[in-house]
Structures are given as structure tokens and as C-alpha cells.
Design a protein around this ligand. Sequence first.
Ligand SMILES: Nc1ncnc2c1ncn2[C@@H]1O[C@H](COP(=O)(O)OP(=O)(O)OP(=O)(O)O)[C@@H](O)[C@H]1O
Ligand SMILES: [Mg+2]
Length: 284
Amino acid sequence: MENTPESTSLETSDIGTDERRGSGVDSPVSQNLLSLRGISKNFGPVQALQDCALEVPAGQVTALIGDNGAGKSTFIKCISGIYAPSAGQMFWRGKEVHVHSPRDAADLGIATVYQDLALCDNLDIVENMYLGREETHAGLLDEIKMEVATKQTLADLSVTTVQSVRQLVGSLSGGQRQAVAVARAVMRESHLVILDEPTAALGVSQTKLVLELIRTLASKGIAVLVISHNLTDVFSVADRIAVMYLGTIVSHGPIANYDTTSAVELITTGDSRSVPTSRLSSAL
Ligand SMILES: Nc1ncnc2c1ncn2[C@@H]1O[C@H](COP(=O)(O)OP(=O)(O)OP(=O)(O)O)[C@@H](O)[C@H]1O
Ligand SMILES: [Mg+2]
């Protein structure tokens, strides 16, 4: 079932130490920015996610890796309010939250950049940044304010390759388009930025631009959760890894616990025995 914008808005409730409830995981809920416990999702008879647990700390890059169909996109759609999980709990700074819609996720400060980016090629960068939330002054579009803020946001993210914010998005390179999509996502105060395959279609220099952007976000204290199939990118940018296999997070922990060989082994077999410290309970 998909969430709809009409569904009940975000609810929060305090949980004390004694009330902590793990779903299939015996570890306590941490004070990390985002903690997920026992997240499951069925599409009719298809069990896309089963009892997934994950910690996402602020100021760090967490890479979500796994083979095609492992459940990565479904998992981030549960976090960003597009899908309602069939079971499980989500904790934001240690408090349980119920995200029923993308609006609820945005209200928490979760910004998601999907792979298609949803940019309008026939509009310029400023128009894309403010699409649907234009600034007005005395009933007119406040072009100067929007242009200044766009330049500032790009500068804050160290995006220096764009020549003019009045350039049509259709004329940008793939990396620049990704940068505009990220800038639009973070323009509202964001605490968690989720990126689905941000470098999949990019060449070497554009990939470098996006990886630098990801590190810039983390250096500002933002938690980044990035899906990637490219292990070279993952090992160059991530602080933590979570590996999905057939709808379950089979291993999860600091990047230092992994190397390319163990990551490939986990992706292809789901067998975490070669990574002794990677289980969630020991990674907290
Ligand atoms: N809307 C849906 N209805 C039915 N099944 C779905 C739906 N969305 C995803 N699935 C199934 O759930 C499983 C996980 O899909 P998902 O798209 O999350 O995988 P993924 O890890 O993102 O794969 P990829 O790397 O190819 O993008 C797959 O078996 C897929 O067929
Ligand atoms: Mg996917």
C-alpha cells in the first residue's frame, strides 16, 4: 500500500529505556539520527523487505549496497514516506516516529533524491530550485531573492562548475544535474539526505563532483544514506556500509570492517560470517 498525502500526519511519542522495543533485533535503540527496527514490506505475496534494522548517524555517509532486487529502493521509500512498511519501527533521535507521507519525512528533515531526479529541462536552475514553492514579494515572483539563495546554496555545497544559475537545466552535465537535485533537496533544512544511485549514469569527472558533494553534506553534519552499485565509489566516500540480500540487511557497520572481497561476498551470498563485527548488535 502506498502512503497518500492525505494520510494522518506525523506522530511522535517518547520512548524510555524500559520501553525500547526491538523487532527481531536484541540491540537497544540508539540516539543515532535515524534507527530502523524490524522493517518489513510486502507487496501482496512478494516479501520485499524482512525484519530490516539500520542505524544512520549524523555527519556520516552510510552506503546501502546489494544486488538488483535486494530491496534497497523499497527500503528508502519506506524511510521517505512513499511506502508504508507492513511492520517495524522508525526512531528519529531516539524517539519513535510514524512517517505516513513524503511531507512527514520532509517535516523531519529527510530529503530524498530519486534516480530520475525529477528536474524540468526547459526551466533554468533557479526555477527548478523553487518549483512549486516560489518566493513572492507584493504578489510578484521575487526573482532576486530566489537567485541569490540559489547561488548561495550552490556555493555552500562547493558546486563551482555551474556557470550561471539562469542556465537551462537541460544544458547541464549529468553531474551538474545531480548537484542541482541535491541542492534543491537540501535547500530546506535537511538532516538526512537519501540518494538513490547518484553516480549510476555519470562519467569519471562528474562522479568525482557528486562524491565531493556527498562528503560536503556529511561535513556539515548531515547524515547521508546513499545507494550505490559501485564499490569503488562506496569505499571512497562511505563511513559505514549496510548490505542488503534478498530483502534483509545481512551486515551493517563501519567501513573499516569491510574490504571489496567481503563486500562482494556479502552482496552475492548474504553470508556475513567473513565479517565478524558487522552484525547490527556489535556495530552499535
Ligand atoms: N511496487 C512493487 N510491487 C511489487 N513488487 C515490488 C514493487 N517494488 C519492488 N518490488 C519487488 O521488491 C523487490 C525489491 O525491489 P527493489 O526495487 O527495492 O530492489 P533494489 O535493491 O532497489 O534493486 P535495484 O538495484 O535493481 O534497483 C524486488 O523483488 C521487486 O520486484
Ligand atoms: Mg533500486
